[in-house]
Each structure stands twice: as structure tokens, then as C-alpha cells.
Design a protein. Structure first.
Length: 142
């Protein structure tokens, strides 16, 4: 019984020693991370090409729900733009951090106009941009 108490005391002291050392190591890393987070890296100024890449926001019920709940913005982009161009252009224009970009192509559709006349709905490329945590974007400024 006495040996079990001694073993318990020894393990408790070892745990305490490790617990004392661990915060010191973590605190240095945490300080560095906090300092890096405080240093806000400004984005470059937008170029004319950036405004050619991002055309306009897509305003639907689904895109508004994504914006409010998941911090994602849906925009219509140039047909020739890739994800990297979209990310860079979005960061430069709106000065917010971008975590992820999802792209989808919407093909043109043929329609009938009044039963007699045929028409087409033009196709476009759409990007759903996920903003960094803590970043906010107001597309509808007054």
C-alpha cells in the first residue's frame, strides 16, 4: 500500500514538472503566432486585369445564404480565368484573405420565347470564394 502511494506521488511530481515545462514551450510558439497574426500583410493594389477577371457578384437566395452562414462569396468571373487568378484578383480588389476557390462552368441553354421564337441564355463561369476566418465583406454598400 505504501509503495503505491509513493509511486502515485512520484508520477504526480513528474506530471507537474512536465506541465510546468510544456507551457513555456507552447507560449513561445503562441507568441510568435500572435505576432504574425498581428502583422497584417497588406495586399497589393488592384490592376486593370483584376477587374477583368471578376465581373460581378451572383445574387441568388443560395448565394446569400452561403454569404451569411459560411462566409463564402459567389461571383461571376471571366471564362478564361483560373483559380489562382481569381484568388489574387479577389484579394487585391476587396482587401480580404481568401482560403479557397471553387469554380464551375455554366453552359448556355436554348429557350423558347413565347413558343415561336428561340433564344439562348448565355453561359458563364462562376466562382465561390471562401473568405478567411474573421474577414467580412459587404458587397452592398450604400
Amino acid at each position: 500500500m505504501a509503495s503505491k502511494k509513493k509511486e502515485a506521488e512520484v508520477t504526480e511530481t513528474k506530471v507537474e514538472e512536465v506541465a510546468e515545462e510544456a507551457p513555456k514551450k507552447v507560449s513561445k510558439k503562441a507568441k510568435k503566432a500572435k505576432e504574425e497574426a498581428k502583422e497584417v500583410k497588406p495586399f497589393a493594389l488592384p490592376t486593370l486585369h483584376d477587374y477583368e477577371v471578376i465581373i460581378k457578384p451572383v445574387i441568388t437566395e443560395k448565394s446569400m445564404a452561403l454569404m451569411q452562414n459560411m462566409n463564402k462569396v459567389t461571383v461571376r468571373v471571366s471564362d478564361k480565368a483560373n483559380k489562382i487568378e481569381i484568388k489574387d484578383a479577389f484579394q487585391r480588389i476587396f482587401q480580404v484573405g481568401v482560403v479557397d476557390v471553387k469554380v464551375s462552368n455554366h453552359l448556355p441553354k436554348e429557350t423558347t420565347r413565347g413558343g415561336r421564337y428561340k433564344g439562348t441564355i448565355s453561359g458563364y463561369k462562376k466562382a465561390v470564394v471562401t473568405l478567411a476566418e474573421g474577414a467580412a465583406l459587404d458587397l452592398f454598400k450604400e
